[in-house]
Design a protein around this ligand. Structure first.
Ligand code: OXD
Ligand code: MN
Length: 587
């Protein structure tokens, strides 16, 4: 492909000299390019062709066994001073990072092809949208980037002659965690990643550019880059309201984004705008507008079934790249939580013989599908709208067995910002490390912050102060358990009942009950038709226990100290207000 942008050509040349590939290929996003790359990957064993009658256009990739999730301890924000990165993200000085990684990139592509992928994040023609260029030596990365972003002409058109693009350099290196680094240079609009082929570490448009770098650009330019799904909820009268939801990785964002309402919700529909990332800007009308910068879904496979996500099950039957799932003898795929029972025998995610008697899981808990958004039958007609969609409500959610009710509403934007700031969740398999450990995850952005968390909260407050019709803010928790340890709430499609209360609150038609932490649904305000949920279970789901909350308030105080000295006074004031209200509520 002919590229005339001199900034881009100069950077490609600089990288070519460093990485010393045998060949440089400019990717154009064409179908012919895809076919060629797939063919090469299949002959090299990087992809396994699945049963093309049952799963047309679908392939399986098996990653290196120690390269299956984001590696947060090897991910750095490289700002000139440590204070700019703050206390919650890992910092490395730009000089150290450049020295370390230059040595790793030097000659790293010898004998290999270096692919140059111009990509657009956001709809073509949108003021929200940003261009990135990823240079990589991985064909798997090229094939995934083609699904997850808009590759080729849309990016080059948006860029024109400008040098304003995120420079994303990626090499597989030797895939060793010893020599793996994911470094961000926000001031230089640059990402350097080496030593991993895993999505979150290697598809640099996603977490690296659309969250870490974009969060920094958002602060500079007065907008927000967030780890959020975006959906339209259509009422039976046809009116659609849009909401976003911030949840930590592997907490059900994809399922919620593609929700199918329960049977008794005739006329209600959920439209998918995005399942992972939202870019949000105040509009001239004083409302908050959102786009999904991505073009596809990189979703967690285990647990996906016709019950939990029928839209996804339908979507991933064709043109899908599976990573680290199990392979059945008939060339189809399987995972824990699949509609079909465990196969009598199959190959596990590492290609080893597996039977139901095997001790290990057949699919890796963080195995993934990559699929184009155009294949999703619930995709919103507004998905590609350059204006974005106007947001009426923001949900903050996380995995919590206790303390947090099913849903409650914040008093206002500032209180809502505080709810997001103090989000705590149990860890999941999306990152390496222990699973199920409670940790603070402000706005579900802990692994994706591109600058100091106090400044980040201040940006939330600043953006809010420019909104005359700010979204209402809610905290949700699908994961509260009863004394027997079982979940109290059915979740999945039944989460529609909570969305309905949220939408009705936005329309001032749902009753709430004031508590010391915010407004929970009045008992009869939550639609339970067709759901066997007893009053006692509902009470347990909505319960606000001042004793539990006084412990939470103390833990929050400690966290706000650890968050550094740039925590906005407004956030400390919200904490003090909560502490006082909880004290009053104590028996
Ligand atoms: C993801 C993640 O892949 O959050 O979306 O890890
Ligand atoms: Mn995510």
């Amino acid at each position: 492909m002919e590229i005339s942008n001199q900034h881009l050509l100069a950077w490609v040349e600089e990288v070519r000299r460093l990485c010393k590939p045998e060949q440089v290929v400019m990717c154009d996003g064409s179908e012919a390019e895809r076919e060629r790359l797939v063919k090469e990957c299949v002959s090299a064993g990087e992809l396994i062709a699945l049963n093309q009658d049952k799963l047309p256009g679908c392939y399986l990739h098996r990653s290196a066994p120690h390269d299956v999730a984001r590696t947060e301890q090897l991910t750095f924000v490289c700002t000139p001073t440590r204070a700019e990165t703050g206390t919650l993200a890992n910092w490395m000085s730009p000089e150290d990072a450049r020295t370390k990684l230059t040595a790793l990139y030097d000659g790293a592509m010898r004998g290999r092809v270096m692919y140059v992928i111009p990509f657009l994040m956001g709809p073509p023609g949108s003021t929200f949208s940003k261009v990135g260029v990823e240079i990589t030596d991985s064909r798997y990365v090229v094939l995934n980037m083609r699904i997850m972003t808009r590759v080729g002409a849309p990016a080059l058109q948006h860029l024109g002659d400008s040098g304003d693009f995120t420079r994303c350099l990626h090499s597989l290196g030797d895939l060793s965690p010893e020599r793996r680094f994911i470094c961000h240079f926000p001031q230089d609009n640059t990402v350097w990643s080496v030593g991993s082929g895993y999505g979150g570490n290697a598809l640099l448009g996603k977490k690296c550019m659309a969250l870490r770098i974009a969060s920094y650009l958002g602060r500079k330019e007065g907008w927000l880059a967030e780890h959020m799904l975006v959906v339209g909820v259509q009422r039976p009268d046809g009116k659609v309201r849009y909401l976003t939801g911030a949840f930590p990785s592997a907490c059900g964002k994809t399922n919620l984004a593609m929700l199918v309402p329960p049977q008794n919700f005739a006329g209600w529909k959920v439209w998918t705008v995005g399942d992972d990332i939202a870019w949000l800007r105040p509009g001239p009308d004083g409302r908050l507008w959102a786009v999904n910068p991505e073009a596809g879904f990189f979703g967690v496979v285990p647990g996906t079934s016709s019950k939990t996500n029928p839209n996804a099950m339908e979507m991933i039957r064709r043109n899908t790249i599976y990573t680290n799932v199990a392979l059945r003898p008939d060339g189809t795929v399987w995972w824990e939580g699949h509609d079909d029972p465990p196969p009598e025998r199959c190959l596990d995610w590492q290609g080893r013989e597996w039977t139901p008697a095997s001790k290990e899981k057949a699919a890796h808990p963080n195995s993934r599908f990559t699929v184009s958004a155009t294949q999703c039958r619930s995709i919103s007609p507004e998905f590609d709208n350059p204006r974005g969609v106007p947001i009426d409500a923001i949900l903050f959610g996380a995995r919590r067995r206790d303390t947090i009710p099913l849903v409650f509403e914040a008093r206002n934007w500032q209180h809502g910002t505080f709810l997001g700031a103090t989000l705590t969740s149990e860890t999941t398999a999306a990152a390496t490390g222990a699973v199920g450990v409670l940790r603070r995850d402000p706005m579900a952005m802990l692994p994706f912050l591109g600058y100091d968390v106090g400044d980040y909260w201040q940006n939330w407050l600043d953006v809010g102060s420019r909104l005359t019709r700010p979204p209402r803010v809610f905290r949700v928790n699908w994961f509260r358990t009863g004394p027997d340890g079982n979940f109290l709430w059915p979740g999945f499609g039944d989460n529609m009942r909570v969305l309905k209360w949220v939408i009705d609150r936005c329309d001032d038609r749902a009753a709430g009950s004031e508590t010391c932490i915010g407004t929970v649904p009045a008992r009869n305000a939550l639609d339970r038709q067709g759901l066997d949920l007893k009053d006692a279970a509902l009470d347990a789901l909505l319960r606000v226990d001042p004793v539990e909350w006084s412990q939470a308030v103390s833990a929050q105080a400690e966290f706000l100290v650890n968050a550094g000295d740039r925590v906005p006074p407004a956030i400390r004031a919200e904490h003090a207000r909560l502490a006082a209200r909880v004290r009053e509520a104590l028996p």
